[in-house]
Design a protein around this ligand. Structure first.
Ligand SMILES: [Zn+2]
Length: 294
């Protein structure tokens, strides 16, 4: 079944690329703007293949280029969410392709023996999707019943301090809350603490300015945008679909989500945003490519 699904995905990707749809979105939508690509935990060989292909289409730029004037060329910025331990193995790929990605860190998970909540076996037992729909307190109680404490030492799933120190010359580390809650399911106080403190904690941990934020799971509302502004962040990346330029709202930057394991053909198709758009549409996100909020 899994192999069949994989085959269907490859065929659909061949359709998006072969029909000219991928080319059309490059010309009509991407144009001279910045595609902010979102990865999580890709393996080095896959990312290497993606970046090799990407460089045939556009220039690779840092995330801060979204607010720079266009130079008349398509551009792409690489972002990775959560600060997965596996990201450390990507350093030679970043160096090889001369790309400076932004890694958004959960400030109370990385650098410690802690696990991202959805990577804990207890989360699998409780059901990821059900957990996301709960209030923050309910989610934490359900996880505690399965043996997960967000501030308890467990096995490390995030980057260690030594790994981040080794990567920092080639990677921009920024904030992705403290524990990765679903912000829209948090109380006012919880949301404020998660956003504001994550900035201070990244700055204290790495002794560098932290100015960029990414909303966990793509969930945010007006309250979160205001808190991000109040915390002093200059940009925040969403999971809404789109390409960025100087006119983009810096606190609602759109993105193109890439499957960490995508073949190069599927990667080429995913750059069009078409599959993501249809997925969001089906889930109630509407016609503007908004991540379906709950
Ligand atoms: Zn995340």
């Amino acid at each position: 079944m899994k192999r069949f699904k994989g085959l269907v995905k490859e065929l659909l990707a061949a359709l998006v690329v072969g029909s000219g749809l991928a080319w059309l979105t490059r010309v009509a939508l991407w144009r001279d703007r910045v595609a902010v690509l979102l990865y999580h935990d890709p393996d080095p060989a896959t990312l290497d293949r993606h970046l090799t292909y990407l460089k045939t289409l556009c220039e690779l730029v840092p995330l801060t280029d979204v607010s720079a004037p266009s130079r008349g060329r398509r551009r792409a910025a690489i972002t990775l969410d959560d600060g997965h331990a596996g990201n450390a193995a990507l350093l030679p790929v970043f160096i090889k392709h001369n790309v400076r990605p932004t890694i958004f860190l959960c400030s109370r998970i990385v650098g410690r023996n802690r696990s991202h909540w959805w990577l804990h076996p207890g989360s699998l037992r409780a059901g990821h999707e059900q957990l996301k729909q709960m209030t923050n307190q309910q989610r934490l109680a359900a996880l505690a019943a399965q043996g997960y404490q967000q501030d308890g030492d467990d096995r490390a799933t995030g980057l260690s301090l030594e790994q981040m120190q080794a990567m920092r010359a080639h990677v921009d580390f920024q904030a992705h809350t403290r524990f990765h809650p679903i912000l829209t399911k948090c109380s006012d106080a919880e949301s404020a603490t998660e956003i504001i403190e994550s900035r201070h904690e990244i700055e204290a941990m790495l002794q560098q300015p932290c100015e960029h934020f990414a909303y966990p799971n793509g969930n945010y509302g007006e309250r979160e945008v205001e808190l991000v502004r109040r915390a002093g962040f200059t940009s925040a990346r969403t999971c809404d679909i789109g390409w960025c330029d100087q006119r983009s709202d810096p606190l609602r930057l759109p993105t193109i989500i890439i499957d960490d394991r995508a073949s190069t053909l599927r990667f080429a198709a995913q750059l069009s945003g078409v599959a993501l758009f249809l997925r969001y549409l089906k889930a109630g996100g509407g016609w503007r490519g908004r991540f379906p909020q709950f």
